[in-house]
Design a protein around this ligand. Structure first.
Ligand code: FAD
Length: 265
């Protein structure tokens, strides 16, 4: 079930350089939201700019109706959004398929996230959706771009970090932390969930598939309608067709796909 609502903006504040958290009152979406789903936000700009912007649902509290999103200011839409206070925002959601929360006691969930990708995986670590606390591997360009480490720790998760410049955690890519984990004998019990830039997702996929495992990866692909109507967000998925692949829509068939089904061009 999805809803279109005028959500009251409860709070909209910077949480790190260039990153904001917006809390909205959207009880229906907060109650229905599952890990890895997103909301499509209409941001009033110039009249001809009608396209919504997709943002992962970071947190959702059915008890209070609060829905939170973490966003990075990258362009006109997010810049306008960052300056909105004491107002409403037009939300459509929850959209997309989302992650499959792990409930098998023999499986150790591992979250691999880059930048704001950790926001999309927060509900996955919530006791509301899973009895297992994931091990979190978070990567970012530098210390300032590492988000939500304390929030995941507060849920009881172990968080290991890597930064490109070495200003926090291991110097290098987060996939190096994953590589080490996958080399351990117990790796066969790992279930990997990943969200971040597509090059990171491609590297994650290569690593897990080489180890004989799979992963759920959330693709970051620009989209228009968000509800499967316009086909602007199609990606290739492996299929038993003459070409060996078919097109699927990121917004409704995804954004979460098995790494084993993804075709990287
Ligand atoms: C399923 C999904 C979940 C997302 N979740 C989040 C989130 O939780 N937090 C967050 O900050 N962003 C998230 N994004 C990306 C977010 O939608 C874009 O950053 C936003 O639409 C940019 O709008 P804008 O008007 O500010 O930028 P625009 O003016 O539209 O673009 C500015 C720049 O950002 C680039 N850009 C636009 N969209 C994307 C995108 N999808 N991926 C990478 N680069 C893009 C453009 O190419 C351009 O260089 C998500 C995207 C998807 C598809």
């Amino acid at each position: 079930m999805k809803f279109q609502v005028q959500a009251e903006i409860l709070r909209n504040r910077p949480i790190a350089a260039g990153y904001y958290q917006i809390d909205l009152r959207a009880p229906q979406i907060a109650a229905a939201a599952r890990p890895g789903q997103f909301v499509h936000v209409r941001i009033p700009l110039l009249e001809h700019r009608v396209l919504r912007r997709p943002f992962s649902i970071y947190d959702a509290d059915p008890a209070t109706g609060r829905l939170s999103v973490i966003y990075k200011v990258v362009g006109e839409g997010t810049d306008v959004l960052s300056r909105r206070q004491e107002d409403t925002a037009d939300l459509l959601g929850p959209l997309g398929n989302g992650f499959t929360p792990p409930d098998d006691p023999g499986v150790q969930p591992v979250i691999v996230a880059g930048g704001y990708g950790c926001a999309a995986t927060y509900l996955l670590a919530s006791p509301r959706f899973s009895s297992r606390r994931p091990l979190c591997l978070f990567g970012a360009r530098s210390r300032e771009d590492l988000l939500l480490v304390e929030e995941f720790q507060a849920l009881g998760c172990e968080v290991r970090t890597a930064t490109d410049d070495g200003s926090a955690g291991r110097k290098g890519f987060v996939t190096e932390l994953l590589r080490e984990l996958l080399e351990a004998p117990a790796a066969c019990s790992l279930k990997v969930f990943a969200c971040g830039p597509n090059p990171m997702l491609k590297a994650v996929s290569t690593l897990v598939l080489a180890r004989g495992l799979d992963a759920e990866i959330s693709l970051d692909h620009a989209m228009c309608c968000g509800v499967g109507a316009c086909f602007a967000c199609v990606v290739k998925r492996k299929a038993e067709t003459p070409d060996g692949w078919e097109y699927v829509r990121t917004c409704t068939d995804g954004p979460v796909f098995p790494a084993s089904s993804t075709v990287w061009d």
